[in-house]
Design a protein around this ligand. Sequence first.
Ligand SMILES: *Cc1c(COP(=O)(O)O)cnc(C)c1O
Length: 307
Amino acid sequence: MAIKADKIWFDGKLVDWDEANVHVLTHTLHYGLGAFEGIRAYKTSDGRSAVFRLKEHTRRLFDSAKILGMEIPFTEEEINNAIIETLKANKLEEGYIRPLVFVGAGAMGVHPGTNPIRVAIATWPWGAYLGDDALLKGIRVKTSTFTRHHVNIMMTKAKACGNYVNSVLAKTEAVADGYDEAVLLDTEGYVAEGSGENIFIVRNGIIKTTPLTSILAGLTRNSVIELARDLGYTVVEERFTRDKLYIAEEAFFTGTAAELTPIREADRRTIGEGQAGPVARKLQEEFFKVVKGENPKYEHWLDYYTI
Ligand SMILES: *Cc1c(COP(=O)(O)O)cnc(C)c1O
C-alpha cells in the first residue's frame, strides 16, 4: 500500500510530497551511510495529539549520526520543532514519523568528502505494523538464517540505513517462508532481536529481554521495561538462547512500528497458549494508556500538539 501525505520537511523547509526527490548519485543510496528514526504520534484522550518520546528519538538520531561521523546541520530543537510542524502541515492527528539523515550527491568515492548532509522528515498515517490482528492474536516467527550484526562490523547502536540490509534479508526470508517476522541470533548464537523490534520472553512470571550489547536500544523496549517494573514485575536484561524462547510462557516484540506485538509461535512451536498472554496484554494496555495521555506519571514522555 502506497503511503502519502501533503508535505515533507526537507533541509529546513516544507516541500510538496512529490517534490521531495534526490539525485541518483546520492552517496547514501550507493553506500548506505545514513541514519533514520521511527516515531509515532497518537491521538490523546483529551482530543489533542502527542508525539511519544520525541526528544529521546531526536537524541538517538543525533547519536546515530555521530557514530556514523555525520554532522547534522540543524539543532535537536530545530528537528523537534520540524517534526511537529510536519505533522501539523499534514493535518495528522496520529501517524508515523520518519526522519532521515543522509549524505547527498557530490563526490562519488567511498569517502563522503564534503558532500552535504541532508535531512528529511516524512509523516504519514500508519496503523498496526504487523497487521491489525497481530496485537491481539500474536504473530508467527522464524529464527533467521541471517545472523545479527557483529558489534565491530556494523555500528549496532546507530539506527543506520546500511544496517537494514540485514533486516530486509531476514524479513523477506521469514515472509517468503510463511512467517510474519524473523528472530535474529547474535554472532555468538544467542537471541538478539527482530528485524526492527526488540524481543522479550516471560517465564515463571519473570520478564527477560536481551541486554543492549549488540541490539538497537529501543525506546519502546525502554518504556516497556519501566512500565513493567512500575507494575511490580521483575525484569532482567540477560541473554538467552532460542530454546528459551520455545519454552517461554509468553514472548513479545517491542518497537515503535510494532508497538507491543505478542509472538504466538516460534519455529513451529506454540508459545504458551498460542495467543497474547496475560503479561503481554497487561503491558499493552498500560502502554496504550500512556501514549494516549491517560497516565499522568508518564506525561513527560509526551509532546502535545493540536492540528
Ligand atoms: C528501531 C529498531 C528497534 C525498535 O526501537 P524503538 O525505539 O522501540 O522503535 C529495534 N531493533 C532495531 C534493529 C531497530 O532498528
